[in-house]
Design a protein around this ligand. Structure first.
Ligand code: AP5
Length: 211
C-alpha cells in the first residue's frame, strides 16, 4: 500500500509511522529525517538545508521532489511505502502523482494547542531518530535512547519561534493538500488527539486493516 501521512508538525505522523511499518512491512520515508541525517553528515544537501529547517521554512520543491523521486525508485519502495512529510506543497503533490500515484492519504487532525504541547516536550535520539516525549513517552534513563543508547536531544526546529513559523507554513502551503486529496476521494481523516494506541486503532479502522 502506498500511503501519505499528512498533518501539522507534531501531529504524531512519525510516531504512528514507526508502528505502522511493522504491520504493513513497507518503508517509512520521512523527508525531515533524510534532511536531518544530511545535516548531521554535513553533506552538500545538509549544508544547503540546515538554516532553512532550523528556521521552520520549507526546502525548495525542486530539491525535495528530486530526493523523493530517487528514494521511491529503490527496490524496497516498489511494493509500497509510507511518505511522512511529503508532499508539503501542491507542486510536490502534482509531481508525485506523475511518478508514483498513492492509494490513500491519511490526514492526522489535531488542534494547535495539542501540537504545541507535543513539540515543546519532544526529544529525539540523535543516533537512530526514535521519538520521545518528556511527559507522554520518557526514555528510561534521562537523555539516553532506550533502543540504541544514543544521545536524546531537542530538535532545533522545536524552539518556540521555529514552531510558530512551521505552523504558519503548514497552514499556507500544506493544509491546501487536504482539499486536493479529498476531491480525489482518497483522503481519510484520523483524530490524532488520543494516545498512540487509540490513534493506531483508528488508523487501522479507517483503512480496513485487520492485522
Ligand atoms: P519533518 O521532520 O517532516 O517535521 P514535521 O512535519 O514538522 O513533523 P514532525 O516531525 O515535527 O512531527 P510528527 O507529526 O512526525 O510528530 P511526532 O511523531 O514526532 O520536517 C522537518 C523540516 O524538514 C520541515 O520543517 C522542513 O523544513 C523540511 N521538510 C521536510 N519535508 C519537506 C518537504 N516535503 N518539502 C519541503 N521541506 C520539507 O510526535 C511529536 C511528539 O508528540 C513526540 O514527542 C511524540 O512522542 C509525541 N506524540 C506523538 N503521538 C502522540 C500521541 N498520540 N499522544 C501523545 N504524544 C504523542
Amino acid at each position: 500500500m502506498k500511503l501519505i501521512f499528512l498533518g501539522p508538525p507534531g501531529a504524531g505522523k512519525g510516531t504512528l509511522a514507526a508502528r505502522v511499518v511493522e504491520i504493513l512491512k513497507v518503508p517509512h520515508i520521512s523527508t525531515g529525517a533524510i534532511f536531518r541525517s544530511a545535516i548531521a553528515e554535513k553533506s552538500p544537501l545538509g549544508l544547503k538545508v540546515q538554516a532553512i529547517i532550523g528556521g521552520g521554512g520549507l526546502v525548495d520543491d525542486e530539491t525535495t521532489i528530486a530526493l523523493i523521486r530517487e528514494r521511491l525508485d529503490r527496490e524496497d519502495a516498489r511494493g509500497g511505502y509510507i511518505l511522512d512529510g511529503f508532499p508539503r506543497t501542491i507542486p510536490q503533490a502534482e509531481a508525485l502523482a506523475a511518478f508514483s500515484p498513492v492509494d490513500r492519504v491519511v490526514n492526522f487532525d489535531i488542534p494547535d494547542s495539542a501540537v504545541l504541547e507535543r513539540l515543546s516536550g519532544r526529544r529525539v535520539c540523535r543516533n537512530c531518530g526514535v521519538n520521545y516525549h518528556i511527559t507522554f513517552n520518557k526514555p528510561k534513563q534521562e537523555k539516553v535512547c532506550d533502543r540504541c543508547g544514543g544521545e536524546v536531544y531537542t530538535r532545533d526546529d522545536d524552539r518556540e519561534e521555529a514552531v510558530a513559523k512551521r505552523l504558519e507554513v503548514y497552514r499556507a502551503q500544506t493544509a491546501p493538500l487536504i482539499g486536493f486529496y479529498r476531491d480525489q476521494g482518497i483522503l481519510v481523516d484520523v483524530d490524532a488527539r488520543p494516545a498512540v494506541e487509540a490513534v493506531l486503532a483508528a488508523f487501522k479502522q479507517a483503512l480496513h486493516i485487520r492485522i
